[in-house]
Design a protein around this ligand. Structure first.
Ligand code: NAP
Length: 286
């Protein structure tokens, strides 16, 4: 039987519903959750994304502040703007739009965001807490991959999980979150020998390699849960662009028990996780 699809859109919708209810409850208690987004320069993609974030925040009962800084802002000045938001008790989450203009140290700015307001979960302090198994705001994509697994109802304790990819924002934090659920975790990367053989052992396979269609049926253990984090725009057979993942879904679905489609899998859940993190940050603020 082909794998059951993991419906990221409905998981995301349930997360948004819960987020809206939590935001309303906090607002009634006098704490209106607020995300401040920092946009340095005038990258058109980021400006469009900021506009759609403003709309999404509105539908969830979350306040949204866009802080725009000129492209020529020195890193020290951008850091000072972040320090101001860190100290502002009406701001609960801070997000830095990437890419930042050349010459600005994005990692330094990300690390300048207070740990408790780092709603993307990508600063060193948050990632460190996650690795130590301490409470942390999880990076949105890693948390989304976990929510997709959780939706299958499978208990991870003692299961073999393989993560393909060791990036700081996806592969490594997913590994830490799987370990926290008592899975036995193996990480593959570009130097791993026999990636298909290692993946073929996995009861849970999470793929975040950034290579369209790298993973096929020969990588999948029969009955596995397959989570495809990859997202790429590639030309389709008709020449029109289409979105695909790192997994060749059709053939992988013939061996897996559960699989995330692309699009409509991890992607929408990632977006919902940001707002969930904003409300969590507001809830935990002093
Ligand atoms: P990344 O930083 O480029 O990391 C890719 C990882 O894959 C690296 O660890 C690399 O190994 C490993 N790798 C590359 N080729 C490999 C191969 N042939 N065999 C085994 N491992 C290999 O990518 P990322 O930021 O984690 O993103 C991964 C994918 O997820 C991308 O397609 C990205 O667009 C997508 N993404 C999706 C979302 C979402 O919300 N759905 C969010 C973020 C990212 P080395 O470390 O050895 O180089």
């Amino acid at each position: 039987l082909p794998a059951q699809p993991i419906d990221g859109k409905s998981i995301a919708s349930a997360i948004r519903d819960r987020t809206r209810r939590r935001a309303d409850a906090l607002t009634q208690r006098g704490r209106h959750p607020c995300l401040a987004a920092i946009l340095i320069g005038d990258d058109p993609g980021s400006s469009m994304y900021a506009e759609s974030q403003r709309k999404a925040a509105g539908t969830l009962g979350i306040a949204y502040r866009l802080e725009q800084l000129p492209a020529a802002t020195p890193t020290a000045q951008a850091r000072a703007a972040i320090a101001k938001l860190n100290a502002d008790p009406t701001v609960h989450g801070i997000l830095l739009f990437q890419p930042v203009p050349a010459g600005i140290d994005a990692a330094a700015l990300q690390d300048a965001i207070a740990r408790e307001k780092d709603v993307e979960g990508v600063g060193a302090a948050n990632l460190g807490s996650l690795m130590l198994g301490r409470p942390a705001l999880s990076p949105c994509t890693a948390a989304a991959a976990m929510a997709c697994i959780e939706s299958t109802g499978v208990d991870l304790s003692g299961r073999s999980a393989v993560v393909v990819g060791r990036s700081a924002i996806v592969g490594r934090p997913v590994g830490a979150l799987l370990l926290a659920q008592h899975a036995t975790v193996t990480t593959c990367h570009s130097r791993t020998r026999d990636v298909p053989g290692v993946c073929g052992q996995a009861e849970i396979l999470i793929v975040a390699v950034g290579r369209p269609g790298l993973i096929g049926a020969d990588h999948i253990r029969a009955g596995a849960i397959v989570i495809d984090v990859g997202t790429h725009r590639v030309p389709g057979p008709d020449g029109q662009p289409r979105t695909v993942g790192d997994v060749r879904t059709d053939e992988a679905a013939r061996r897996a028990a559960w699989i995330t489609p692309v699009p409509g899998g991890v992607g929408p859940v990632t977006v919902a996780m940001l707002w969930s993190n904003v409300v969590t940050a507001a809830d935990q603020s002093a």
